[in-house]
Design a protein around this ligand. Structure first.
Ligand code: HEC
Length: 168
C-alpha cells in the first residue's frame, strides 16, 4: 500500500465512523417522539357488546385477534417503546380503528353497521384479517376454521337482524 492509499483508507474509516455517530444520535432523538397510546381508561359506552348480542365465544375471538387494531384498547408489545417500530404499530392501529372500531360501533348509522358486518364476514372468509404482518408475531391471533365459521355466522346473523329481512 502506498502512503496515499493509507491516507485514503483512514479518511473513509473516519467518514463511516461519523456517519454511524450521526445515525446513533438520530436514533436516540427519535425515541422522544412517542405517539399517544390507544388506551382508554373507561369502558366505551358505544361498545358493540353493550348494545348487541355478542356470544362469549365470539367476543373472546374478537378481543384476542381484532381488538388491538379495532377498539379503543390496544395491548402493546414491549417493542412498541422502540421507535420507529412504535410509529409503525400506531399507524396500523389508527388506520384499523378508522375503518372499524368495535368500541364505537353504535356511533355508526344502521346502514354503516350493516356494511361493517358485511366487511367482517368478507375479510375473514378471504383471510384478509388479521393482517399478515400482525400474525407473523401474534401467532395466537390466527383463526382456526371453526373460529372463522363462528365469527362469520355471528356477523351474518347480526347484519340480517339490523338490516331487516330485505337484506337477506
Ligand atoms: C394489526 C392490526 C389489525 C388487526 C389485528 C386486525 N385488523 Fe382489520 N384492519 C386493519 C387495518 C390497518 C385496516 C384498514 C386498511 C385495510 O383495509 O387494509 C383494517 C380494515 C378492516 C376492515 C374493513 C373496515 C371497513 O372499512 O369497513 C374490517 C371489516 C376488518 N379490518 C376486520 C378485522 C377483523 C374481523 C379482525 C380480527 C379477526 C381484524 N380486522 C384484525 C388492521 C387490523
Amino acid at each position: 500500500m502506498s502512503a496515499d492509499d493509507v491516507i485514503l483508507e483512514q479518511k473513509v474509516i473516519q467518514m463511516i465512523k461519523r456517519l454511524l455517530l450521526i445515525l446513533l444520535i438520530l436514533f436516540v432523538l427519535i425515541q422522544f417522539i412517542r405517539p399517544a397510546k390507544n388506551q382508554s381508561a373507561v369502558p366505551s359506552p358505544g361498545d358493540i357488546a353493550l348494545h348487541f348480542h355478542v356470544p362469549d365465544s365470539v367476543s373472546k375471538i374478537l378481543q384476542r385477534s381484532c381488538y388491538d387494531c379495532h377498539s379503543d384498547n390496544t395491548v402493546y408489545p414491549w417493542y412498541d417503546n422502540i421507535q420507529p417500530v412504535g410509529w409503525w404499530l400506531q399507524y396500523h392501529v389508527n388506520h384499523g380503528k378508522h375503518g372499524l372500531n368495535f368500541s364505537e360501533f353504535t356511533s355508526y348509522t344502521p346502514a354503516q353497521q350493516v356494511k361493517k358486518l358485511k366487511n367482517i364476514g368478507n375479510e375473514i372468509r378471504e383471510d384478509g384479517m388479521p393482517l399478515d404482518s400482525y400474525l407473523w408475531i401474534h401467532r395466537y391471533a390466527t383463526l382456526s376454521p371453526e373460529e372463522k365459521n363462528l365469527v362469520v355466522a355471528w356477523a351474518d346473523s347480526l347484519r340480517v337482524r339490523i338490516a331487516g329481512p330485505a337484506d337477506r
